[in-house]
Design a protein around this ligand. Structure first.
Ligand SMILES: NC(=O)c1ccc[n+]([C@@H]2O[C@H](COP(=O)([O-])OP(=O)(O)OC[C@H]3O[C@@H](n4cnc5c(N)ncnc54)[C@H](O)[C@@H]3O)[C@@H](O)[C@H]2O)c1
Ligand SMILES: [Zn+2]
Length: 359
C-alpha cells in the first residue's frame, strides 16, 4: 500500500492506494468514530462493490447503501438533494460519515451533499475509476452541473480520507480507463516533464492494467495534485493550472450535451487544443505540440472532435467559470512540464478551433 498525504487549510488527510483496500475499509472508518455511515454509489458500482464496502463499514457503525442514478447527465442539484433526503431519512447527524464509492460523478455529488448537509459532515472518498483515483477524489472540489455550465454549483469540502482500491480498476470499461489516463497526462504536462515521459513510455502497461504501472501513476498524480492543492486550496492562482485542457474540454462537454463524451475524453481533446494554442502563441515548439497529440492518441483518447460549432464553443468558454468579464483565461504550456495562465485574444483561439475542424 502507498500513502500520499495532503495538507490543505481545509484538512489534512491521507490518500491510501493499494489492491483490495475496500475489504479493509473499516480500518480507516474506525478512527472516525461515526454514529452512522452512508455509502453512496451508482447502480453499477453498487452491484460490483456495494456488498464488500457495506460489510466492512458495518463492522464500525450502522450503515446504509444509497444507490443513485448518477451519470454525468444526472449530476444535478436534484440528485444531490436526493442524497440529502436519504441522510434525513436515515436520521444522520453531525457525526455521520458519508462514503463516496464510485467515479467522479458520485464523488462530486456525494461530496457536495456532505458539504451542505448540516453545514458539512465528513466524507471518505473511495474512488473506483482511474479518473477518480488520480484526480477527482483528491482536493476537496465538489459540485453538480447546471444546464448553463459544468460544475456551476459547488463547494470546497476536503475528505477525511481517500481510499483507492486499485483492484477495482480491473472491471472498469476500457473507455473509462483511457479517460483517467487523460488526467494522468495532464499532471505530467503541467508540472512534471519526467512523469509525462514515464507515462508515455508506460502507456501499453497502463492500458493493459498492469498493477504496478497503475499504482505508480496514481501515487504520482496524487502527489502532484496534493502539492498544488496544498499551496492553493481555493484556486486563487496555481490550482487553476489543473484546468489545463479543461476550458476547451468543458466546452466540448457542454455543446455536445453532458455525457456524450466522457469528461476525460473531452479533456484529452482539450489538451490537444490547448497545446495547439500554446504553439500559435509562440510558447512551445511544433514538436512539443506533436508530443501532446501523440500521447493523447496513444491513450486511445480523441485528439480531434470534428464538426463542432466554433461559435457555440466560444460562447461556452466565455460562460465558463474561468472566464472573467468576457475574456477567457487559458492554461497554456510554457514547455512540457510547466503550465501558465494567460488571457488570450480571440484571433488565435478561433484559428485553433478552425484548424481542429470546428465549423
Ligand atoms: N472534483 C474534482 O476535482 C474533479 C476532478 C476531475 C473530474 N471531476 C468530475 O468527475 C466526473 C467524471 O468522473 P469519472 O470519469 O470517474 O466518471 P463516472 O463517475 O461517471 O464513472 C464512469 C462510469 O464507470 C462506472 N464505474 C465506476 N467504477 C467502476 C468500476 N470499478 N468498474 C466498472 N465500472 C465502474 C460508473 O458506473 C460509470 O458508469 C466528471 O463529472 C468530472 O467533472 C471532478
Ligand atoms: Zn478533469
Amino acid at each position: 500500500m502507498q500513502r500520499v498525504s495532503v495538507s490543505a487549510p481545509g484538512g489534512h488527510y491521507d490518500i491510501l492506494i493499494g489492491p483490495g483496500l475496500l475489504d479493509g475499509l473499516d480500518e480507516w472508518l474506525q478512527p472516525l468514530a461515526p454514529t452512522s455511515i452512508a455509502i453512496i454509489a451508482d447502480p453499477t458500482v453498487a452491484a460490483l462493490y456495494g456488498a464488500r464496502a457495506t460489510a466492512a463499514a458495518r463492522r464500525v457503525a450502522r450503515t446504509e447503501l444509497v444507490v443513485l442514478e448518477a451519470s454525468e447527465g444526472e449530476k444535478t442539484l436534484l440528485t444531490a438533494a436526493r442524497v440529502v433526503d436519504r441522510l434525513v431519512a436515515m436520521a444522520a447527524d453531525r457525526r455521520t460519515v458519508v462514503v463516496a464509492l464510485g467515479g467522479g460523478v458520485v464523488g462530486d455529488i456525494a461530496g457536495f451533499a456532505a458539504a451542505v448537509f448540516m453545514r458539512g459532515i465528513r466524507i471518505v472518498q473511495a474512488p473506483t475509476t482511474l479518473l477518480a483515483q488520480v484526480d477527482s477524489s483528491v482536493g476537496g472540489k465538489t459540485g453538480v452541473n447546471h444546464p448553463a455550465g459544468k460544475n456551476l454549483i459547488g463547494a470546497f469540502h476536503q475528505p477525511v480520507a481517500v481510499v483507492a482500491d486499485t483492484t477495482t480498476l480491473r472491471s472498469l470499461p476500457p473507455r473509462e480507463l483511457s479517460a483517467g489516463i487523460a488526467e494522468i497526462l495532464k499532471h505530467g504536462l503541467i508540472a512534471d516533464e519526467a512523469y509525462f515521459a514515464t507515462t508515455c513510455a508506460d502507456m501499453a502497461r497502463l492500458l493493459a492494467r498492469d498493477e504496478a504501472a497503475l499504482a505508480a501513476a496514481i501515487a504520482r498524480s496524487c502527489e502532484v495534485k496534493a502539492l498544488v492543492v496544498g499551496r492553493d486550496e481555493r484556486e486563487s492562482g496555481e490550482r487553476a493550472l489543473l484546468n489545463f485542457g479543461h476550458t476547451f474540454g468543458h466546452a466540448i462537454e457542454a455543446i455536445t450535451g453532458f455525457g456524450t463524451w466522457l469528461h476525460g475524453e473531452a479533456v484529452g481533446c482539450g489538451m490537444c487544443l490547448a497545446a495547439d494554442l500554446s504553439r500559435r502563441l509562440g510558447m512551445i515548439e511544433a514538436a512539443d505540440c506533436a508530443k501532446v497529440v501523440e500521447a493523447v492518441g496513444a491513450a486511445n483518447l480523441p485528439v480531434r472532435i470534428a464538426g463542432l460549432s466554433a461559435a457555440a464553443a466560444m460562447q461556452a468558454m466565455r460562460g465558463d467559470k474561468k472566464a472573467e468579464a468576457g475574456t477567457v483565461r487559458f492554461v497554456l504550456l510554457e514547455r512540457i512540464g510547466k503550465a501558465v495562465q494567460r488571457r488570450v485574444p480571440d484571433a488565435p483561439l478561433v484559428e485553433t478551433l478552425s484548424a481542429a475542424g470546428y465549423t
